[in-house]
Ligand binder design. Structure first.
Ligand SMILES: Nc1nc2c(ncn2[C@@H]2O[C@H](COP(=O)(O)OP(=O)(O)OP(=O)(O)O)[C@@H](O)[C@H]2O)c(=O)[nH]1
Ligand SMILES: [Mg+2]
Length: 313
């Protein structure tokens, strides 16, 4: 039983949620639960699954109620009001959505917690099965470690994300500045996402958030043709070559798209295992810019073609 004994030991980063996903995968496996995605995924792929996630009491249920224009979900000034991930169908600008309200997540030590044990599992599964996640942050509290942890999980799951700072009506100018600074400091790995301030209760700032949701979904499902990707790769290499590593000089030949939501770009060539992380980030930046991938994580993978000399030395 992986919860009690030390059957499996995984490295996780407390601050950024790194490794948490594999940990949760293991936990799900051990629990032997049915896959949320298979159970509740819409039959057609024209429906966008949109999850609202965040710490307890940030206003997730309130926001969805405002979107729906009715008090469909229970919202209350008490952490842990929502105990289960709840899906509600919704249409906006002729686009079909499945809105998913989730239980507020907190963190104790290195694992997520919610008021009820199973709601944390449901919430993490809801995030993994969503196309886009709105990460809701409470302006009265600023960005905390717990928000960073949830953000880390969203990014690791490859979900497109929009950051919305709620309860903007309830804070003064001083707190507003603190909040904006805490976003920069604690969520540096979310630089690709748009950040908005809003008030669900006062119905302020809702329009830009919707635009960003649609944009994030478009980015996450962008088609990147091989010729165009390869041209961007060539231009990037021309501008700055990957560093030589000993006798190896990584040689990039072409790139193709290996997946969507999140977009994956696979670079083919020789000695690519010597490409540095910094260079991969540089390539990611060039690709992001060329395809306007605001709002979605992007994965760049290196694939070395069979080397005829390997194994012969
Ligand atoms: N001032 C202010 N209060 C808000 C706003 N949005 C929500 N609230 C209040 O925040 C409290 C919590 O709202 P909920 O919608 O229940 O929060 P939640 O994130 O769903 O909470 P859990 O289900 O417990 O995780 C309620 O008292 C809301 O009225 C807002 O924009 N401004
Ligand atoms: Mg709720």
């Amino acid at each position: 039983m992986i919860f009690l004994g030390l059957g499996e030991v995984l490295a996780v980063s407390a601050a950024h949620g790194q490794g948490v996903r594999s940990l949760m995968d293991l936990a799900f496996e051990a629990l032997n639960l049915p896959e949320f995605a298979e159970d509740e995924a819409p039959a057609d792929n024209t429906t966008i699954r949109l999850a609202v996630a965040g710490r307890p009491n940030v206003g997730k249920s309130t926001l969805i109620n405002v979107w729906l224009g009715e008090e469909r979900l229970v919202a209350f000034d008490m952490p842990g009001t929502t105990r289960d991930a709840i899906t509600v169908p919704f249409v906006k600008d002729e686009q079909k959505y499945e809105l998913i309200d989730t239980a507020g997540l907190r963190r104790r030590g290195k694992v997520f917690e919610a008021i009820e044990k199973f709601s944390v599992v449901k919430t993490l599964q809801a995030i993994e099965s969503a196309n886009v996640v709105v990460l809701l942050i409470d302006a009265m509290q600023g960005v905390t470690d717990q928000d960073a942890h949830i953000a880390g999980f969203i990014v690791e799951s490859g979900r497109a994300v929009v950051v919305a700072i709620n309860k903007w009506d309830a804070v003064d100018q001083y707190q507003r500045e603190l909040v904006m600074r805490s976003v920069e400091q604690r969520l540096p790995f979310l630089k690709f996402a748009s950040v908005f301030t809003m008030s669900a209760i006062k119905r302020q700032g809702l329009g830009p958030v919707w635009k960003a949701i649609a944009q994030a979904h478009t980015s996450a499902t962008r088609k990147m043709p091989t010729p165009q990707l390869t041209r961007i790769l060539e231009e990037a290499v021309q501008f700055q070559q990957p560093k030589r590593s000993g006798i190896f000089r990584p040689k990039m030949r072409y790139a193709h798209q290996g997946g969507m939501n999140p977009p994956v770009v696979v670079v083919h060539g020789n000695s690519l295992e010597h490409v540095t992380e910094a260079y991969k980030r540089y390539l990611e930046g060039r690709i992001r810019q060329a395809f306007d991938l605001t709002g979605t994580p992007l994965r760049v993978e290196m694939k070395t073609s069979d080397n005829p000399y390997s194994g012969k030395s």
